[in-house]
Design a protein. Structure first.
Length: 363
């Protein structure tokens, strides 16, 4: 490397005044982007010396983009490096003793400004859970010992007990409890099944969640499954259960494939998410087969050949027009199963010789 090159964050040199044109070059350790060291003053000498340097930005990137000062220093970040990185705009300081990357999630930074952690549905989204609706205000978890800022009109405070670590997300179990008591039964159930699907809720945390939930919501923990491919399926199953209709989930039908739900002997229900749209052709030889719409129609036709009828609903219908979905399902059941009684389990019998159920009936 030429000493005339601009320094990068992986190298460091020091510039010292020089009384003559010569200087001794030692071993170059790492160069800093600190403008105080670069470029060298006229007549100055670049004297390289071995020194320790840990980038604040690099450490924060390895720590979920935010951390306390004590943790950064424990990992080798010096006070001078924090000052340099802050002046350079690489990091920000939401509050005393807390640093974050400049591009850290705005909601996380806002929570840190309060001295709390991001909570409820917002935290669930960042955990990768399926969230029915993310609120338009920040939800901040302060705990019982926290103090809310009186000048903030764009956040909602959660005061429930728990160990809060500024700059990090709460445990999934705490997030689910907040969702249950704040966002309602359906949002909680969809997030709960999503956490089970992605194995984010160990058995011990499930027991803790059940014990801390309102009594009226505890049954949902036992009703939840880990095989829902999306929150839409969770919503459909929960809503049909309320109507007294039992479904079988993720049913494999020979010649058709895996379908979302089967009710009784003949009715298939499919819940198509936002991502269920036409894809670009995967090859010039298969432009039609690449269409998701075509694949769905082909599955429905093959199911019809086996005696099934299929009702297919998209995200907008399930989330925003459920009465239409419910009316269609009930009308179809009256047509193909006139002895509908509305009792759970009434439509749980498998179609002989065709389907292989992954899970047992709802009940």
């Amino acid at each position: 490397m030429s000493l005339t090159d601009t320094p990068n964050t992986e190298q460091m040199v020091r510039v010292f005044p020089s009384r003559d044109s010569s200087c001794t070059l030692g071993r170059i350790a790492r160069l800093s982007t600190d403008a105080a060291f670069w470029p060298p003053a006229r007549g100055g000498c670049i004297q390289a010396r071995s020194m320790s340097f840990v980038s604040a930005a690099a450490v924060l990137r390895s720590l979920a983009r935010m951390a306390r000062t004590s943790e950064l220093k424990r990992l080798g970040v010096t006070e001078s490096e924090l000052t340099r990185a802050t002046r350079a705009g690489e990091v920000v300081r939401p509050r005393q003793g807390v640093y974050a990357l400049a591009d850290a999630d705005e909601a996380l930074v806002h929570a840190a400004e309060h001295g709390g952690a991001l909570g409820c549905s917002e935290a669930g989204k960042l955990h990768g859970l399926w969230i029915l609706e993310v609120p338009d205000v920040h939800h901040i978890w302060l705990g019982r010992a926290g103090t809310a800022r009186s000048d903030c009109d764009k956040c909602r405070i959660h005061w429930d007990d728990g160990r809060i670590k500024v700059g990090t997300l709460p445990p999934v179990a705490n997030v689910l409890l907040q969702i249950a008591t704040c966002a309602g039964e359906e949002t909680f159930f969809a997030a709960l099944e999503s956490s089970l699907r992605h194995q984010k809720l160990p058995p011990g945390d499930i027991a803790w969640l059940w014990a801390h939930l309102p009594v009226t919501l505890r049954w949902l923990v036992g009703f939840a499954r880990a095989d829902a491919d999306s929150g839409l399926e969770s919503l459909v199953r929960l809503r049909l259960h309320r109507l007294g209709i039992s479904v079988r989930t993720q049913v494999h039908i020979r010649g058709v494939g895996e379908v979302d739900f089967v009710i009784g002997d003949r009715l298939i229900i499919e819940a198509d998410g936002k991502e269920n749209h036409d894809d670009a052709a995967t090859s010039p030889d298969e432009p039609v087969l690449s269409s998701r719409r075509h694949k769905d129609l082909l599955r429905d036709a093959r199911a019809a050949a086996l005696g099934y009828e299929t009702l297919r609903f998209d995200y907008a219908m399930i989330v925003h027009d459920w009465p239409t979905v419910e009316a269609a399902i009930l009308a179809k059941l009256r047509e193909i199963a006139p002895n509908l009684t509305g009792k759970p389990g009434r439509f749980g019998r498998a179609a002989a010789g065709h389907d292989q159920t992954r899970r047992s009936n709802d009940g």
